[in-house]
Design a protein around this ligand. Sequence first.
Ligand code: PMP
Length: 339
Amino acid sequence: MKSSFDVAVTPDSGQTHATNGETKHAHIGHKMERGMPSRKIWFKGSIVPVEQANVSVLSATAQFGLNVFEGIRCYSSESEKRQVFAFRLKEHFARLLDSCKLLGLNSPYTTDDLKEYLIQTIRANDYHEDISVRLTLFVDGESSWSSEGPVGMFIAPVSKPRLDVEAPTTLSACISTWERINDSCFPPRAKTGANYINSRYAHLEAKRNGYDCPIFLGRDGKVAEGGGACLFMVRRGVLTTPNVTSSILEGITRSTVLNLAADVGIQIMERDIDRTELYLAEELFLCGTAAELTPITSLDRVSVGCGQPGPVTMTLLRRYLGVVSNQVGCYSRWLDPIY
Ligand code: PMP
């Protein structure tokens, strides 16, 4: 069973040959001489083998997690051979720039640059399958937690198949004893690496106690989210999720799910959720770019509904996977073709 929703795509260690200049057009790196060709990543203006993309141990990103990032999924098309679509790029880039603003970082890149470089990097790897892309802006150089720059960037795609809708991964969850970070200390709205230390504490505790994943309550005792995904419950037939002011990341998948549910006539509500409502829910699922829609079948060892993925979750998961691979015409505005 899967319990972590963020794909590890950070650069491996190795020699640094990356250029520092941030050129408009990236140079294509060379393949490794022996064995499998190395995965290529966009790193500070060049496309280089992943082994060559390194940052200083003295950088603020290495020392303090001072970075902002997005995890972006691209899905192979069901109808067009070898075509791949990036999902909701516009929203990912808007959130990235919001995170920059909150963290006091100046992005050297426009959203057009980001799109161009992301496409270049995927093409350089010749990916035609489902992939996940980590795009990170980080404080580089010999920097401190208060430094505003220099700002570097990497874009790292990796192959990642979508959930199997016929046999979806299911999760056993627990309510974490750790509290979710909140807007008066570590705003969850900013997607910065350092926020994930809060997720880590909860994740370690959940695993230690035999669960797949934690669910956080916020400072006010209301339900917030998972460690790397938003939470939905179905209660008395209503699809319900915490408000964006409930100590959550403003999830793009959350917004997608709300749209898709409205389309198929499922009643939706964004409101505070009590912990005990989760035990009484007919269905629970986590949703996120990496998690897609992953059913939670037990909470604190109490079965959710009948302990199987529920009908609302499965209807939405099917529709979601249809939308991301361009099978539902009205959502093609959310898709950017890579080839
Ligand atoms: N909350 C947290 C803490 C996350 O890390 C993520 C994953 N990005 C989400 C929610 C879901 O956000 P999205 O749907 O935009 O991936």
